[in-house]
Write a new protein. Structure first.
Length: 157
């Protein structure tokens, strides 16, 4: 019945196709830091050599800085005495004429306790009609980081 109605009214079918292509092209999931429990002022970022998105760490550190959180990237072992909070990440890219960010995950720990996490995922792959897939790392990750750090601003500290 539904298919018959869609074929009977081609304009409705076109609207449905547009909604399918536009809706849910990206998925963002954020569990923000509980500012009442965790007052993060410094964070150590563990370098991930597998991430090939060149500006990913720069975007993350810039967002942390915008919220008054000092960060330092460690390529070797993280100093437990200096680093109460640590940030680990992964990011993947795909290719469609140019490389673009398809997946990013950020985890913030206090020792072994997961304090917060955030993820960004582009859906649809290279055949996606979402033109924002070619947007830069900052335009994709800044809103994710803003949501993760929403309760932190320079005025707080």
């Amino acid at each position: 019945m539904l298919i018959y109605n869609l074929l009977k009214r081609p304009l409705n079918f076109i609207y449905l196709l547009i909604l399918v292509f536009i809706n849910a092209c990206t998925v963002v999931d954020v569990q923000k830091i509980d500012v009442d429990t965790h007052q993060v002022s410094n964070i150590c970022i563990k370098h991930n050599p597998r991430v090939k998105v060149r500006d990913f760490v720069d975007v993350i550190t810039s967002c942390l800085n915008d919220h008054g959180i000092i960060s330092q990237v460690y390529k070797d072992n993280i100093d437990d005495k200096q680093c109460v909070y640590t940030l680990t990440y992964t990011a993947r890219r795909s290719w469609d004429m140019v490389p673009y960010l398809t997946l990013a995950k950020i985890y913030i720990h206090k020792k072994d306790e997961l304090v917060a996490q955030a993820s960004y995922r582009h859906r649809g792959g290279s055949f996606s009609w979402a033109f924002n897939k070619w947007a830069g790392t900052e335009s994709k990750m800044k809103p994710v980081m803003e949501e993760l750090l929403i309760d932190y601003n320079k005025a707080t500290w």
